[in-house]
Design a binder for this molecule. Structure first.
Ligand code: GLN
Ligand code: ZN
Length: 766
């Protein structure tokens, strides 16, 4: 009999119940008990939805973040959060977001740092380590959930994060070697496992996704030491890896004394045979055969074709599961009533993935005949997707075939372009600009909502947006900015706006995925060949340009960011899909140029996010990603100025790729890092223009002129002043006009002062 289990279930709720309960509590509108009740209801509902499984994950539910929960379980709180008298959940919120509900009167503290969970879009709260770090078991939350599940007759398999991954995910605050904490940490894990055993638990899922990353010898040794210690515990451990293959860690895994190993097979089957051969004869092998982080139906028949012989060989040692926690996919496709009906038959959200798992297990246990209907349905859906003319557009496929890297080259090198552009644009030194969006006011959101509901007709909506654009232009003129933007009033989101106008994309209604805490995103679904039937932004840009004599920057989202922020089809390499996006955006760039737009910005906010987990694979990704950007951007005349924007501050390790994009101007986020990151550009002798952010748009604080001047002078020590632009860190859509206007005013005066000082210096040196 093959055993089925799940690694984790989306906890936010099919209607985002947890989000709303959290936000209501945080704003003082409901009580902690009400929030806890919502949590209990969600857990109960989710366990019921998983009741066909042989083992159900417990402890995967979190009110905020599972890594932070693990920190609390290990009794490891940042010093500033220690000694809290109130409810543990309130303290969790303090660590996560700096504060709890206003009704608790708890002191605010600095929020913990957040970072991406491996290569997903989920963000966890980073454990903070220093010489004072001590661990002590606090299993209350986990034990309560275990008990609750047992009372509901759930087949409980607690889920915890393993010790090595836990240390790896954390950050040393004072330079302490994280591994020096391992000896102190392991006894806490041992007690935790014994405690679980005493509660009647037999299997524990211990997540060690660190095993799909490159580990140096010290970390490998830490794995050996940890599992040697934990193997003495009375429960059976399912060592769980996901988000990649084990590659060079394969041998290490076979040496670890655990009762079972879970492999993510969605990245290939290379680990499977060697592992099965090397593991001891009674070790459970759990296979992640259903993609837990994408939304396509599994080809069940094809899966059974290779799985049946494996099942034969493994017998009762075989467990089946999704590849990773289903946290990364939406809850239930069944709720989608507006989704394109054809595309819908190709999809599986969390609930449908569990159904697939059940079908596979039935087929293995009872023979395919027992689930013939389900297998036929599946085969039909898979075939329809393969053949659909909605997916395959021969013209696009030909265009991709015909694509050469030469398409991505500008006509001339930067220095020559620069001369032509300067002559034409006649910008002052330290030109000022913004990153694209201006505040998305309640009026703008209201108009969009009414338009979507049909309460506002297209003409009235167009007029409302034009009014906003005119206002943004008027304000920028009054401020004296040099390069203007139309303000992006008409855009709900920088990916969705373009996706909605491209063939090959659909949008779900409830396809929410947790990003962090109560925040969710609804990634667009890229299902087919990408084509751009009509211009997407040209008439807005033209309208804005008609209102001013200053240059207005056209504003587009780049192909790599479109890709990295979507659920992407799995029947083509990502590099090919990206190329299709690049060709679509290239057309838009060329149309903007033809419409007289002299400056075009192509945002690549998420370029870094696509980096593979293993650094050895970075070069391949960067090569195609940069190639796609170049193809999107560079089909223009020398006198058209291309900008790109990236909103992060780590460039050191990808500098050659950034330079290869060959944008005339790059704007980046720097204000918080005090321009330190410009060192990377300096060391690399980055040749083109740079706009280091001088206004931290994530904060309500308004910078003054002196602060901006100081930042720019700091920048000028690393980058030649004639190559510097003056701009905010990122778009202004989340801010209010009342903040934006004084901040930009300070920015413009700072640039004026810098220009005067530069002229004076020039006079003095003559
Ligand atoms: N042009 C976009 C804006 O200004 C860029 C947003 C981003 O980089 N995240 O909002
Ligand atoms: Zn940005």
């Amino acid at each position: 009999m093959v055993i089925t289990h799940n690694l984790g279930y989306p906890r936010i709720g099919n209607q985002r119940q947890l989000k709303f309960a959290l936000e209501s509590y945080w704003s003082g509108k409901s009580t902690l008990d009400e929030l806890k009740n919502t949590g209990a209801e969600l857990r109960k509902a989710h366990w019921q939805l998983q009741n066909q499984l042989n083992w159900v994950p417990v402890g995967d539910f979190s009110f905020y973040d599972q890594v932070l929960d693990m920190s609390l379980t290990l009794g490891h709180l940042p010093t500033r959060a220690q000694g809290f008298e109130g409810d543990a959940l309130d303290n969790t919120f303090r660590i996560a977001r700096g504060r709890t509900a206003p009704t608790t009167n708890a002191q605010e503290i600095t929020a913990g740092e957040m970072t991406k969970w491996f290569d997903t879009n989920y963000h966890y709260i980073v454990p903070e380590f220093d010489a004072q770090t001590r661990f002590s078991l606090n299993a209350e939350r986990l034990l309560a959930q275990v008990k609750e599940a047992q009372q509901q007759n759930v087949a409980v398999k607690p889920v915890i994060i393993g010790p090595v991954t836990y240390l790896l995910l954390g950050k040393s605050k004072d330079g302490i070697d994280r591994l020096s904490l391992l000896d102190q940490l392991l006894p806490v894990y041992q007690t935790l496992l014994s405690t679980l055993s005493a509660q009647g638990i037999s299997w524990v899922q211990i997540d060690e996704p660190a095993l799909v990353t490159t580990l140096d010898d010290e970390w490998k040794e830490a794995f050996e030491r940890s599992y040697a210690a934990l193997s003495r515990s009375p429960v059976k451990l399912l060592l769980t890896t996901y988000f990649g293959t084990l590659l060079d860690n394969r041998e290490l895994v076979t040496r670890l004394p655990v009762a079972g190993v879970h492999l993510d097979l969605t990245y290939g089957h290379d680990d499977l045979a060697p592992l099965v051969d090397a593991l001891s004869a009674d070790t459970v092998v759990s296979l992640g055969v259903i993609n837990g982080r994408n939304i396509w139906k599994t080809d069940l028949n094809a899966t059974l074709d290779w799985l049946e012989p494996v099942a034969q060989k493994l017998g009762s040692r075989l467990w089946l599961a999704p590849s990773c926690s289903l946290l990364h996919v939406p809850a239930d496709l069944g709720q989608e009533t507006n989704l394109d009906p054809e595309v819908k038959t190709w999809l599986a959200f969390a609930q449908q993935k569990l159904d697939e798992l059940h079908t596979l297990a039935q087929a293995l246990n009872l023979g395919r005949q027992a689930v013939a209907g389900a297998l036929e349905d599946n085969a039909r859906a898979i075939a329809s997707r393969k053949q659909s003319t909605r997916v395959h557009n021969p013209a696009v496929e030909q265009a991709v075939q015909a694509c050469t890297t030469e398409l991505g080259a500008r006509q001339n090198a930067f220095t020559e372009r620069h001369a032509v552009q300067s002559a034409q644009l006649t910008l002052p030194a330290f030109p000022t600009t913004t990153i694209g969006s201006f505040p998305q006011t309640p009026e703008i959101r209201q108009a969009r909502l009414q338009f979507k509901k049909g309460e506002l007709d297209a003409e009235a909506y167009e007029a409302a947006m034009k009014k906003e654009i005119a206002y943004a232009i008027e304000q920028q003129e009054a401020l004296g900015l040099d390069v203007l933007v139309h303000g992006e009033a008409e855009r709900n989101d920088m990916v969705e706006y373009f996706g909605e106008q491209l063939d090959g994309y659909v949008f779900s209604q409830y396809g929410w995925v947790q990003s962090y805490g109560s925040r969710c995103v609804k990634p667009p679904i890229l299902f087919g060949d990408i084509d751009r039937p009509n211009a997407m932004t040209v008439h807005w840009a033209q309208y804005a340009q008609s209102l001013t004599n200053k240059p207005v920057k056209g504003m587009l989202t780049g192909p790599v960011t479109m890709l990295n922020w979507s659920f992407v089809r799995d029947d083509l390499p990502r590099s090919t899909v990206c190329l299709q996006l690049a060709l679509a955006i290239r057309k838009e760039v060329q149309d903007l140029e033809a419409a007289g737009i002299q400056i075009i910005q192509i945002d690549e906010a998420a370029l870094r996010e696509g980096l593979p987990l293993r650094q050895s694979q970075w070069a391949t990704y960067l090569e195609w990603a940069v190639n796609c950007f170049r193809i999107a951007a560079n089909g223009v005349r020398d006198d058209t100025q291309i900008h790109t924007h990236m909103c992060y501050s780590e460039f050191n390790d990808i500098m050659p790729a950034i330079a290869a994009m060959d944008a005339d101007v790059i704007t980046i986020e720097t204000s918080r890092s005090d321009m330190e990151l410009l060192q990377a550009f300096d060391d690399f002798h980055y040749p083109n223009d740079i706009g280091p952010g001088v206004y931290d748009i994530h904060s309500p604080n308004i910078p003054d002129e002196a602060q901006i001047i100081a930042l720019m002078k700091n920048a000028a020590q690393r980058i030649a002043p004639e190559r510097l632009w003056v701009n905010p860190d990122c778009g202004l859509k989340t801010r209010q006009w009342a903040e934006v206007l004084p901040a930009l005013k300070a920015m413009v005066s700072a640039a004026q002062t810098l220009r005067q000082e530069a002229t004076q210096e020039a006079v003095e040196t003559v």
